[in-house]
Write a protein that binds this ligand. Structure first.
Ligand SMILES: Cc1cc2nc3c(=O)[nH]c(=O)nc-3n(C[C@H](O)[C@H](O)[C@H](O)COP(=O)(O)OP(=O)(O)OC[C@H]3O[C@@H](n4cnc5c(N)ncnc54)[C@H](O)[C@@H]3O)c2cc1C
Length: 360
């Protein structure tokens, strides 16, 4: 019976980060379980460059110093030359995290259950095979919950024949002001003729693929982009509720990634936070760390309550963007804003709905 040093359940970005950042330089025997083919996963993760992400600058596919947030009437452009918006692809992150000194044994099966036995754990996979490890890093998470908001999206990677995009400036949110639906387009221009164009909705239910595709086509048509070639797509659901599982009493079980509370639910940003989470876990002997400050979590909760109770069409996001400069905006998005920035954000919100959301 082989007892591995650690078991990683799920090889999404957080499970991968455990393999690289915690065990990458040791020659330990690690076992990982994953029930999808991660080599087929292909999506981009965006974040603003923070100090804790600097070690991975070499993996970044593209950086933008300018981003815009707009609707048909108003366009806010932010610039920050020191803290650009960056993207890393899942494929690059995966290859980086799988290139390690340790001995990783990948089991392509779903984990059914695990429980402690003496000073180690027995992990049982769907084929009823038993595996053993001294520690468990668990990244399984619920992406949807009854009556809770989710961020759901579909994006296509396209190539156009002519020079179409301004690759110096990304569109973070172009609100389309659909009736009773918070919908926006996210556009990452990788070059003059290559971009990821994504249709995103904040609501309680996922829509069918054609819905997002129609919105993307309509947007591209408005930009006079009628001919393009789609070469890949990504889609997903990100919880807009606090998806963290209860902290484990057992010190050798670690909830990681979304399951460990890495997501900032009001925005769906999680990638850089889950990396911070694994970096912090490496430095402590506790089995949980707080990636988001108490006050940030509180503000997120109020903002989500506000979104749940009001038919927001994007104007509050635009107002927040208008009242902040690029530096303040990226600091807020990365959970590092000053008190003054927080006050500016609160001041940007419509008063009565906001007060109701505080107590809602
Ligand atoms: C398409 C997409 C784009 C995103 N873009 C951004 C972005 O731009 N910026 C950002 O900050 N965040 C983004 N996010 C949000 C967040 O970063 C991701 O959701 C991220 O994948 C979360 O990582 P994770 O490791 O916590 O969970 P996951 O990626 O969900 O990984 C968990 C893994 O566990 C596996 N698993 C589940 N159950 C079992 C089981 N029983 N046995 C074995 N394996 C199991 C799953 O197959 C999965 O691979 C995006 C999410 C998606 C889906």
């Amino acid at each position: 019976m082989k007892i591995h040093k650690a078991a990683i359940i799920g090889l999404g970005p957080s499970g991968l980060a455990v393999n690289k950042l915690i065990y990458g330089n040791k020659d330990d025997e690690i076992i990982a379980f994953e029930n999808i083919d991660i080599h087929k996963r292909d999506n981009y993760f965006g974040f603003w460059l923070t100090d804790w992400m600097k070690p991975y600058e070499g993996l970044i596919e593209k950086k933008w110093n300018k981003w815009e947030i707009n609707n048909k009437n108003l366009k806010i452009v932010h610039t920050d030359n020191n803290y650009p918006y960056c993207v890393i692809s899942f494929k690059i992150w995966k290859d980086f995290c799988l290139s390690t000194k340790n001995n990783l044994h990948l089991v392509s099966k779903k984990v059914k259950t695990y429980h402690p036995v003496k000073n180690y754990y027995k992990i049982i996979t769907e084929d009823n095979i038993e595996h053993f490890a001294e520690k468990i890093y668990d990244s399984r998470s619920k992406k949807e919950k009854n009556n809770e908001l989710i961020q759901h999206f579909l994006g296509i990677n396209i190539k156009t024949t002519s020079n179409t995009f301004n690759d110096k400036q990304l569109t973070l949110m172009h609100f389309t002001e659909d009736n009773n639906l918070l919908h926006f387009i996210y556009l990452l221009p990788f070059s003059h003729n290559r971009a990821l164009v994504e249709s995103t909705v904040f609501s309680k239910e996922v829509l069918n693929d054609d819905w997002y595709r129609d919105k993307i086509k309509k947007y591209l048509k408005q930009k006079s982009i009628n001919e393009f070639k789609e070469f890949s797509y990504e889609k997903g659901v990100i919880p807009m509720f606090f998806s963290a599982e209860k902290i484990q009493n057992d010190p050798n079980i670690f909830n990681i990634g979304l399951r460990g509370g890495a997501c900032k639910p009001s925005t769906g940003y999680a990638f850089s936070f889950l990396i911070k989470q694994i970096q912090l876990l490496k430095k402590t002997n506790k089995n949980n760390v707080n990636v988001h400050h108490f006050i940030e979590r509180k503000m997120d909760k109020v903002f989500i309550n506000y979104l749940k109770n009001n038919n927001e069409n994007g104007s509050s996001f635009i107002k927040i963007a208008k009242n902040l400069n690029g530096y303040e905006f990226q600091k807020f998005m990365m959970g590092q804003s000053s008190l003054l920035t927080k006050l500016k954000i609160i001041k940007s919100m419509p008063k009565i709905p906001f007060i109701k959301a505080v107590f809602g």
